[in-house]
Design a protein around this ligand. Structure first.
Ligand SMILES: C[S@@+](CC[C@H](N)C(=O)[O-])C[C@H]1O[C@@H](n2cnc3c(N)ncnc32)[C@H](O)[C@@H]1O
Length: 370
């Protein structure tokens, strides 16, 4: 690698009001930062750059020192002359390679959520649960440094995974972010004054349990977006919202993204794709006391018997378990392991921001105090 480090702006670490995360995304590669390295066979690895560090594969050894201080977008050779392409992970890549507790919102859905929930710079946004923090990162980017994102999570280990991931991605704490531990439906009522929140985004098993709380905190006209994995959850939350009479404009959709194979004349859709992730359902808060406008041309409501509804939406709450809805349970042990890894990556990213040698940053010295 011979290029001088290409920094498109002056040294941004000296500039006070650089938006959160910018220094981690441009300029020369720094020790403590994560990079993606891809070999000629397309194999991808994400590594944290450490002074004196080495990436070992059966093809030889790649020295981290050959990358630190240089630009991204380079092709470097390892000890045996094999080429590696080096890039910083984009948000999409970062989300797919970061430590996980709960299942993450995939990038294709995060983009739609930001758009359909109309998340704007400066907005006050409530999110629950925070899980691994994947969606939080997209929401934080959209609200910006002067917005507020309040993320609620009932499992402490997941909150730790999310905190580590978000700090690792932004290179430190994000000024717009607060995590609140506890059940969203109770905590958001404690934290927010009535009608003071612009947008609510829920990614959880039973969003209908939050209906009263969301109706209380959301401002008139505010958007409530639910991300759910199954059609039964979608139907239940839609009916609960309609029945409450406090929302309007209930809409649902899903997004399928089909990649394309581009190779000379062989230009066609990929053979495989992710067929299903989740459904998005949005609704708008009515002003208090207003009734939703009834369209004159209403679709004929289909007739159904109570047992049909019971089959589709059992009234016995104990049947709405994560397992029944196809969720894989995450053990405390697995969550703790992901939290530990996320915290380490966050410390290293912060060290990179501060110009501190990330090797001096070890595992879990201050874990319990945070
Ligand atoms: C699928 S995960 C969220 C993933 C997250 N959106 C992401 O992109 O990483 C669902 C999370 O909601 C949390 N949760 C479920 N019900 C909750 C509630 N009532 N209040 C707070 N958190 C809740 C769970 O503990 C879990 O961490």
């Amino acid at each position: 690698m011979t290029d001088a480090p290409a920094s498109p702006t002056p040294d941004e670490s000296d500039v006070q009001d650089v938006p959160a995360g910018v220094t981690a995304r441009r300029g020369p590669l720094r020790a403590g930062q994560r990079v993606q390295i891809k070999d000629a066979k397309g194999r991808l690895n994400t590594i944290t750059l450490l002074p004196g560090g080495e990436f070992h594969s059966y093809q030889g050894v790649l020295r981290h020192d050959d990358l630190i201080g240089g630009p991204e977008g380079v092709v470097v050779q390892n000890s045996s002359g094999h080429d590696y392409q080096v890039l910083r992970p984009l948000l999409n890549d970062f989300v797919l390679s970061m430590p996980r507790g709960a299942t993450v919102v995939y990038p294709k859905d995060a983009g739609q959520i930001v758009q359909q929930a109309d998340i704007f710079p400066g907005a006050v946004v409530v999110e629950a649960g925070v899980g691994s923090g994947a969606l939080s990162m997209s929401l934080l980017r959209a609200v910006g440094d002067h917005g507020e994102l309040h993320s609620y999570e009932r499992r402490a280990e997941f909150a730790e995974v999310a905190r580590g991931n978000v700090e690792s991605f932004f290179g430190g704490e994000h000024p717009a972010w607060s995590i609140h531990l506890g059940d969203a439906q109770e905590e958001m009522l404690r934290v927010h004054a009535p009608h003071s929140v612009d947008r609510v985004v829920l990614d959880m098993l039973a969003p209908w349990e939050c209906l009263d709380a969301v109706a209380t905190v959301l401002a008139p006209g505010g958007v409530w977006l639910n991300y759910v994995a199954t059609a039964t959850q979608l139907s239940r939350v839609a009916e609960a919202i309609r029945e409450s009479g406090t929302f309007t404009a209930v809409q649902a959709n899903e997004t399928l993204v089909r990649g394309w194979h581009l190779d000379g004349l062989a230009v066609r859709p990929d053979h495989r794709m992710v067929a299903h992730t989740g459904f998005l359902l949005t609704a708008r808060r009515l002003a208090t006391g207003e009734e939703a406008l009834m369209l004159k041309k209403r679709s004929k409501v289909s007739e159904f018997k109570p047992e049909d509804v019971e089959a589709w939406q059992p009234s016995d709450e104990s049947r709405w378990t994560p397992q029944a809805l196809g969720e894989r349970p995450v053990t405390d042990k697995k969550a703790r392991k992901a939290a530990k890894e996320a915290r380490l990556q966050a410390r290293r990213a912060r060290a990179a921001e501060q110009g501190v040698d990330p090797r001096t940053v070890g595992h879990d010295t201050d874990d319990q105090s945070r």
